[in-house]
Design a protein around this ligand. Structure first.
Ligand code: DX5
Ligand code: ZN
Length: 217
């Protein structure tokens, strides 16, 4: 399975969103990663439905929506309507995670679980069957442009083993501080999807940066 790249639109120029989405359409990106922050679960606010819908209107790639919000159940239908193909909720934000994941799947979306850097992946042991993608945070969620936490690599390795032992094909997505230096290590440890915000959008040639990330290994 080749590695998938999910550029995070959070690092794009919001005054030129259509242009940025068209750039991603023309690139080898597999998904468009959409970061939703509520100012409660994380100490930052990003954007909501109107912006997600605007991205969707121009996007030719599936929207990979990362909900960094409390009580995500309240908004699942609306994110589906706004164009989400994958919806990830935080393990730390869901009291009834099993129910939430089933809800996401019942909407026809792929269900993801995001885990903060301090959350042991062993906590996913009894829920993996319900999950299409595990989103491992490699920074503390809330802001783009932070430094990658190296401990993530061993988490990827353990999670990848756990998924294989269960005979599942759950995707492992890494989010935060991904760059050309850590990407090969992540892929080698078993990552399938790499989110990249600043590394892509701050580069001179984002299309080439996406291509290079995808063809690293
Ligand atoms: C962080 C977000 C990330 C972020 C990634 O809270 O979930 O998706 O936008 O951006 P970079 O790649 O710049 O760390
Ligand atoms: Zn994210």
């Amino acid at each position: 399975m080749s590695i998938k790249i999910a550029p995070s639109i959070l690092a794009a120029d919001f005054a030129n969103l259509q242009k940025e989405v068209e750039m991603l359409n023309a690139s080898e990106a597999d998904y468009i990663h959409v970061d939703i922050m509520d100012g409660v679960f994380v100490p930052n606010i990003s954007f909501g439905f109107p912006v997600t819908e605007a991205i969707k209107r121009h996007a030719k790639k599936p929207l990979d929506v990362h909900l960094m919000i409390v009580d995500p159940d309240r908004y699942l239908e609306e994110f589906k309507k706004a164009g989400a193909e994958i919806i990830s909720v935080h393990y730390e934000a869901c009291v009834h995670l099993h129910r939430t994941l089933q809800h996401i799947r019942s909407l026809g979306c792929k269900a993801g679980v995001a885990v903060n850097p301090h959350t042991p992946i062993e906590h996913l042991e009894n829920i993996l069957e319900e999950v299409d993608m595990v989103l491992l945070m490699s920074v503390n969620p809330g802001f783009g442009g932070q430094k990658f936490i190296p401990n993530t690599i061993s988490k990827v390795r353990r999670l990848s083993k756990m998924i294989a032992e269960k005979g599942l094909n759950t995707l492992i997505e890494i989010d935060g501080g991904v760059n050309q230096a850590n990407a090969p290590l992540l892929v080698e440890a078993g990552a399938n999807v790499l989110v990249a915000g600043n590394f892509v959008f701050s580069s001179e040639n984002p299309i080439l940066t996406i291509k290079n990330l995808k063809n690293l290994q």
